[in-house]
Design a protein around this ligand. Structure first.
Ligand code: GDP
Ligand code: IMO
Ligand code: MG
Length: 416
C-alpha cells in the first residue's frame, strides 16, 4: 500500500505541500501533478537553494521521473521557464492537458474587475481555461499545441468566440502573433508530450514508488470548498482519479496542514486574526503568496475545518507544518467548535449560509517559550508544551501525525 501516496492540502492552499513532496520524493520513482495550473506555488528549500515551482512537480529537485497529467492546465511559457531551471528533467506531459492561452489570462482580469464580490484570483487564466474545457469550446490541448495546423485553426476559432468579450484591434494579426509564439512553445515541448496514462499504468504494474502531488487545498475545491471563493477545479484527493486517469484501489493519503491557518485571496475564514497574533504569523511565518506575493491572511488552527478536510480527503495520515512559527507566542488557541445561530457544531458546515454566522469557540493553550524547534529530530524531544498542542490536534482529528515540519529546509523535519 505504501508504494502509492498522494499529498493533499487540508486547508486553503500553501500548507507546505512542496516541501513535503520533495521530502517524500527521495524514495519515489515517479512524481505526478494532476490538478490546477500555475496558480499553485510550491516552495522547496534544498541544496542551499530555494525553488519556487508552479507547474513542474516538486520531485524535480531530486531528479525523479515526472508527469504533468491531463487534469492540469498549462501555461507553456511558465512551464518552459521551469524546465530550464534544471540541468536535466525527466518529464512527461499529457497530450490531453488544456493549454492556458493569452485570452484566458486577459479574461481572468476582466472577469475579476467586473465581479461585485471579488475572488482574488491569481490572474493566471485558470478559471477561463477550465471554463473553456468544461464548456466544450474546442479548447486547445497539448496535442493541439504541437500540431501547427490544428493550432492555427483552433486559435482562430477560439479568438472569434471571444470577440464579444475581448476587443481586438485586428483579430487576424492577433491570431498570427499568438500562433507564432505558441507554435514555438509547442516545438520546445513536443518531446515531452505523450500518453501519460499508459506510462503511469506501466510504472504502477512494475510496483514503482508513486507520489501524487496535489495543488491548492481542500477548501479551494470547486465542489466542496468555500464557493464561490474557490479555484475552478477539484483539489481533493479524489481529483487524482480523473486528473490522471487512474483509480487507486490502494493508496496512502497524506493531508498537509499548517499548525495554524492561512488564506490568500477573498472568502470565508472563521478563525482569521486581525491582531498582534495574526501579525506574528505573517512576519514569523513569512506568509506571502508564492505566486502573487500577496500577504496571506492568518488565523488560529481550526478543528471543525480540519474534521471536514479529513472526511473529504479520506486522510490516512497528517503532516503538521510550520510548528516552529508558533514559538514566541504567549498564548495559543485552537478552535474546537463553531457556534452557529445558538447551536454548537464540531464540523465545518456544508451550507455556506451557516458558515457566514459561525463564531469560533476556542480552547487556550500555553504558548511555547522562545525555543528553537528547528534542530529537534524526534517528536518526544519537543518541549512539553509543544507536545500538548500536537497531541491535542492528533487526538481530536483521530488521524496519526506522520511528520512534523519545523522549518522550510529538508532536514528540518521530524518523522513521528
Ligand atoms: P505549498 O503551496 O503547499 O507548497 O506551500 P508554499 O510553498 O506556497 O508555502 C509554504 C511556505 O512555508 C514556503 O515558503 C515554505 O518554504 C515554508 N515552509 C514549509 N514548511 C515549513 C516549516 O515547517 N516551517 C517554516 N518556518 N516554513 C515552512
Ligand atoms: P498552492 O498549490 C493558495 C486561490 C487564489 C484565489 C482562488 C482562486 O500553492 O497551495 P484562481 O487563480 O485559482 O482562479 O484563484 O484560489 N489559490 C490559491 N491559494 N495556494 C494555491 O495553490 C492557490 N491556488 C489558487 O488566491 O483566492
Ligand atoms: Mg503555495
Amino acid at each position: 500500500m505504501n508504494n502509492i501516496r498522494t499529498i493533499v492540502g487540508m486547508q486553503f492552499g500553501d500548507e507546505g505541500k512542496g516541501k513535503i513532496v520533495d521530502f517524500f520524493s527521495n524514495d519515489a520513482d515517479v512524481v505526478i501533478r494532476y490538478n490546477g495550473g500555475d496558480n499553485a506555488g510550491h516552495t522547496i528549500v534544498a541544496n542551499s537553494k530555494k525553488y519556487k515551482l508552479h507547474l513542474i512537480p516538486s520531485g524535480s529537485v531530486y531528479g525523479k521521473d515526472l508527469i504533468i497529467a491531463n487534469g492540469c492546465v498549462l501555461n507553456p511559457k511558465i512551464l518552459i521557464d521551469e524546465i530550464k531551471m534544471f540541468d536535466q528533467v525527466r518529464l512527461r506531459i499529457s497530450g490531453r492537458a488544456n493549454v492556458i492561452m493569452p485570452y484566458h489570462i486577459e479574461l481572468d482580469g476582466l472577469q475579476e474587475e467586473e465581479r461585485q464580490k471579488k475572488i482574488g484570483t491569481t490572474k493566471r487564466g485558470i478559471g477561463p481555461c477550465f471554463s473553456d474545457k468544461v464548456n466544450r469550446s474546442n479548447a486547445i490541448r497539448m496535442y493541439d499545441l504541437i500540431d501547427e495546423k490544428t493550432l492555427m485553426k483552433k486559435i482562430k476559432e477560439n479568438l472569434s468566440s471571444k470577440a464579444k468579450l475581448i476587443k481586438y484591434d485586428d483579430i487576424e494579426e492577433y491570431a498570427e502573433n499568438i500562433f507564432r509564439e505558441y507554435s514555438g512553445y509547442g516545438k520546445f515541448l513536443e518531446k515531452y508530450v505523450c500518453d501519460t496514462g499508459v506510462y503511469l499504468d506501466e510504472k504502477i504494474k512494475e510496483n514503482k514508488e508513486i507520489l501524487f502531488e496535489g495543488a491548492q487545498g481542500c477548501f479551494l475545491d470547486v465542489d466542496h470548498g468555500t464557493y464561490p471563493f474557490v479555484t475552478s477545479s477539484n483539489t481533493l484527493s479524489g481529483a487524482l482519479c480523473c486528473g490522471c486517469g487512474f483509480f487507486p484501489k490502494d493508496m496512502k493519503i497524506t493531508g498537509i496542514t499548517k499548525a495554524y491557518v492561512t488564506r490568500v485571496g477573498e472568502g470565508y475564514f472563521p478563525t482569521e486574526l486581525f491582531d498582534n497574533d495574526g501579525e506574528h504569523f505573517l512576519k514569523v511565518g513569512v506568509e506571502y503568496g508564492t505566486t502573487t506575493g500577496r500577504p496571506r491572511r492568518c488565523g488560529w488552527f481550526d478543528l471543525p475545518l480540519m474534521r471536514r478536510a479529513v472526511l473529504l480527503n479520506s486522510a490516512d495520515s497528517l503532516v503538521l507544518t510550520k510548528l516552529d512559527v508558533l514559538s514566541g507566542l504567549k498564548k495559543i488557541k485552537i478552535c474546537t467548535h463553531y457556534k452557529i445561530n445558538n447551536k454548537t457544531t464540531d464540523i465545518f458546515p456544508d451550507n455556506l449560509e451557516e458558515l457566514k454566522h459561525a463564531e469560533p469557540i476556542y480552547q487556550e493553550f500555553d504558548g511555547f517559550e522562545d525555543v528553537d524547534l528547528s534542530k529537534i529530530k524526534k517528536r518526544e524531544e519537543l518541549p512539553e508544551k509543544v507536545q500538548v498542542y500536537v497531541n491535542f490536534i492528533e487526538k481530536q482529528l483521530k488521524v496519526p501525525i506522520e511528520i512534523i515540519s519545523v522549518g522550510p529546509k529538508r532536514e528540518e523535519t521530524i518523522i513521528c
